[in-house]
Design a protein around this ligand. Structure first.
Ligand code: AMP
Ligand code: MN
Ligand code: MN
Ligand code: MN
Length: 291
């Protein structure tokens, strides 16, 4: 059964590692029945004005969005921000610093891949990066598919670019405290993205959520393209136990790569408090349709 209210608060455009423009995403979200949308590019809010305008043009309600990379314990964790002021100076500056290490990391990734005989990957990945400031592992993955090293991006991440595999380079991102503070100070709500994706022990996961809440974090993604149906239940229970609001988003990147399209996930479990209940005044409302 199709949900009666469709929100999709997690996806990526060419401004980070998606393949569609903000305008193409807004049109696709509309076509798929989305009513409340957010574009959440990695470490970048440069697409927010275009996304908000495209949302209005397509009759979608809009929340500003971002997905910030942080380092927590031994891992990279993603914190989604929603409903913040997208022109906030502290947030812009913090994100600019977060993006800053990506070029050096990409050089080191290319050098590591060259050691196993895969050459030219920096230049190759760069041709896929719509925003040269935001060269990501996804752009390397697309190049490795294009050159026939792997059949799809899933195979790339199984064989390369992840911990212990060729092309993986350790990186220090922002801190949990910084990311949550930037989002909160800009008037938004911070959300732990796709928690089932991290390889934490139960104790480490508890530490993540405890610190997150301590810094003012308020939400968790429960229904996401990265979770199984069993994981929806696990994280619905966690949201209830910890008193967190719940978010939902496909994490859509590309029509040819993503397994979950915009607006196609099941609704949030009804016992949860959706994140937008904290953000009613921050929703950029679509103009009423003309009669
Ligand atoms: P980066 O921010 O450069 O570390 O790139 C991370 C991006 O790679 C994620 O946002 C996903 O879009 C993509 N990705 C796809 N599969 C995986 C995977 N198995 N592990 C990590 N990243 C993945
Ligand atoms: Mn991504
Ligand atoms: Mn993510
Ligand atoms: Mn994402």
């Amino acid at each position: 059964m199709r949900p009666t209210f469709i929100a999709d608060l997690h996806c990526h455009s060419v401004i980070s590692d998606g393949t569609l423009t903000p305008e193409e995403l807004a049109a696709r979200a509309k076509a798929n029945g989305v009513q409340l949308w957010a574009l959440t590019d990695h470490d970048e809010v440069g697409g927010q004005a275009r996304a908000a305008a495209a949302a209005a043009a397509n009759g979608l309600d809009y929340l500003s969005g971002v997905e910030i990379s942080i380092s927590f314990l031994t891992q990279t964790v993603h914190i989604v921000g929603l409903g913040f002021d997208a022109t906030d100076a502290q947030l812009w500056h913090g994100l600019q610093r977060t993006r800053g290490g990506r070029a050096q990391r990409a050089c080191d990734m290319a050098a590591d891949l060259a050691r196993v005989g895969i050459t030219g990957t920096f230049e190759g990945a760069l041709t896929y990066a719509g925003n040269p400031d935001l060269i990501s592992r996804t752009h390397f993955a697309r190049y490795l598919v294009e050159t026939g090293v792997c059949k799809d991006t899933y195979e790339v991440f199984r064989k390369y670019l992840t911990e212990g595999k060729p092309g993986f380079v350790e990186h220090r991102w922002a801190t949990l405290k910084d990311a949550v503070t930037w989002i909160r100070d800009a008037g938004g709500v911070a959300v732990v993205a796709h928690p089932a994706r991290y390889k934490f022990s139960a104790t480490q996961e508890f530490a993540l959520f405890t610190e997150f809440k301590g810094h003012g974090g308020q939400g968790v993604e429960v229904v996401t393209g990265s979770h199984s149906a069993a994981e929806y239940v696990t994280y619905a229970d966690l949201a209830t136990e910890l008193g967190l609001v719940a978010s939902i988003g496909s994490d859509f990147h590309s029509p040819t790569e993503s397994r979950t399209d915009l607006g196609t996930l099941p609704a949030l479990p009804t016992q949860l408090t959706p994140v937008w209940t904290l953000l009613h005044d921050h929703i950029q409302r679509a103009p009423a349709a003309s009669l």
